[in-house]
Design a protein around this ligand. Sequence first.
Ligand code: FMN
Length: 407
Amino acid sequence: MSNLNQSLTLKNGRIIKNRLFKAAMSEQITRGNKPDAAYAALYRAWARGGAGVLVTGNVMVDYRALGSADDVVIEDERDLDLLKAWAAAGTANDTVLLMQINHPGKQSPKDLSPQPVAPSAVPLGGAAAAFFNTPRALGEDEIADIIRRFGRAAEIAEKAGFSGVQIHGAHGYLVSQFLSPVHNIRTDQWGGSLENRMRFVLEIYREMRRRTSADFIVSVKLNSADFQKGGFSEEESVLVVERLVQEGIDLVEISGGNYEAPAMMEGVKESAKKREAYFLDYAHKVRAICSVPLVITGGFRSQQAMEDAVAGGEVDLVGLAKPFALQPDFPQRIFDGSHHAIATPQPRTGVAKIDRPLGSMLELNWYMYQMKRISRGQAPNPDKSGWGIFFAMLLAQGKGAFRRERA
Ligand SMILES: Cc1cc2nc3c(=O)[nH]c(=O)nc-3n(C[C@H](O)[C@H](O)[C@H](O)COP(=O)(O)O)c2cc1C
């Protein structure tokens, strides 16, 4: 029997039936900010497919602060019935369903945010800079309001029937901006020392705990590092995990990178890419200081690499995103012996002038297109061309197609 088919019991007593963890993928399968019936259909397919845990794409806490025009947003209970249908579909087949909760901070594209908010008024650098306006620094009251919004979203997620939530603390969004000494240059209690920079994520965690029951899972996705000069480092990241574990966090998922240095999509070192698991070395370091249930996400494609990671003892669950958009039932296939590896294409047009600035957006949209097909009961189409997606983006969004999408 594959070691991926062993259950894992969390400290709050919740049982995860196997070690396969579907990481968050922003779905954007319908227009607008509501999780309509397409969401339930997509998660029904994934729950049937056999994963132990499904994490939703990021759900935003403020209509004024979106990462993409079609993000799901929760501010209040106006969509409770839709959320209930989504939760019922995603928890079928004994599946643990976590809602990822996020605020984009400065990573809210130009056409959605004339002036986004951030810990400090530090603009994004690198190739991504052209897609985002310079942010303004949040005031103390606004920080408190955002913390409350994260808590409120968790409370509503529990009411709707989700098994738990995941704070999106990775990939350069607001929580990760607070953690980074490059993006957070505040001189008050929210900036400066690591203790101050981690206050935001700790307060969000506490607010979520305060508003939910003891057996509701509260977890976090954190960067192992930002891979930026002077940015959030591995050493700091390990210390943040240690603190969150002391506070009682149920599960930690590790990724890395941001829009300026997208390690989550591309990996970092050649050796890590070959081994598939991008962030395994970091997992060793966390294991050395605590035994919190740990997930690493990024790069897993073969059954062998997944089994090796679990057998090595550094990680408890194997996180995968793109493979789930191409083979929603691959966990089931692993367990019945018919799956061994999956290739995840990087679709492009082949025209450098398009691919250089827009390649990563094309890729994200290609995977969203696959999720849309699954939500309609269709099989994914791995042969869909990069050009097909490019024209669909133009048709759907016009000039807005050139806005930056998330990961
Ligand atoms: C279409 C798409 C959307 C994504 N949206 C999110 C998201 O909302 N939140 C998040 O934490 N990561 C998001 N990611 C990143 C994945 O969770 C994951 O970290 C990354 O794809 C690497 O894992 P993989 O190699 O198994 O795909 C997204 C990735 C893709 C392809």
